[in-house]
Write a protein that binds this ligand. Structure first.
Ligand SMILES: [Zn+2]
Ligand SMILES: [Zn+2]
Length: 258
């Protein structure tokens, strides 16, 4: 079970009064249901929010994936000598209420979950080694959706997460620095090699990214192929350094690095 700070248990404080009142009116008409336990009242109730599992300390220091013990580089990282990411961290495990929350945010038209889920990114960002990197960051860049997919969904869930994250940590959101130029198929049923090929050349960074140090944000880290695709595009356009922060990772896939 997680040991999350009180901010995870409380209502977001940064919402404007207008948004708060509009939300209260809507909640009266359509009471939200918890994505974790289905009880009416909150999109993510306090009990389910506390049960979200942090990734913990036993990780690969480079890619942030779950390991049996803390290690400097997992097998995947050792084999991948040319990763364009300095390092990546993931906040939580992709199970239970977190898995349901991300699913609802992406596929069930629940953008209101983004600020609730972004608080786990903020909690992770307060921990080592992020405070030492904070002043170097020029902007936060969410993994972009292709324009067609974004139009279909009505929003980019990763951009909503990054927007809420930026408001809470006081960093500039620079979504316009990166575009997805090619529509890619869903990664869900692809293996690691197929994922890498699927995102190859799918992203293009804008000239403003030159000489900038950026933090990429994504919802789920599986093999890291998407994040590396984005980071490679940023580095090709002259970025100084790219870091990655993601919300959740399915652990089973990464446990083979014994
Ligand atoms: Zn619940
Ligand atoms: Zn690794």
């Amino acid at each position: 079970m997680g040991d999350w700070p009180s901010v995870i248990r409380s209502t977001p404080q940064h919402l404007s009064w207008f948004w708060q009142i509009s939300k209260q009116c809507l909640d009266l008409l359509f009471p939200p249901v918890c994505v974790g336990c289905q009880q009416a009242g909150h999109h993510l109730c306090a009990a389910c929010a506390q049960k979200v599992e942090p990734v913990g300390q036993a990780i690969c220091d480079r890619c942030g994936t779950v390991q049996h013990t803390p290690i400097a580089e997992c097998l995947d990282c050792q084999l991948r000598l040319d990763s364009p990411l300095v390092f990546t961290r993931t906040a939580t495990r992709y199970v239970g209420a977190m898995r349901q929350g991300i699913h609802h945010l992406k596929y069930e038209n629940c953008p209101e979950l983004a600020p609730l889920l972004a608080r786990y990114l903020v909690t992770m960002f307060a921990q080592t080694p992020w405070p030492a990197i904070y002043n170097r960051l020029d902007g936060v860049v969410p993994v972009p959706l292709h324009a067609a997919r974004r139009a279909e969904r009505g929003y980019n869930q990763t951009e909503l997460l990054a927007t809420a994250f930026c408001q809470q940590v006081q960093l500039p959101l620079r979504a316009e620095w990166l575009k997805r130029t090619r529509a890619t198929q869903s990664q869900v049923h692809l293996n690691a090699h197929q994922r890498q090929a699927n995102v190859e050349g799918a992203f293009q960074a804008q000239p403003q990214i030159k000489n900038k140090t950026i933090l990429l944000i994504d919802d789920v880290y599986t093999t890291g192929a998407t994040l590396r695709g984005c980071a490679a595009a940023a580095m090709a356009a002259g970025a100084t350094a790219v870091y990655g922060l993601t919300l959740a990772t399915p652990i089973a896939i990464n446990m083979r690095n014994r």
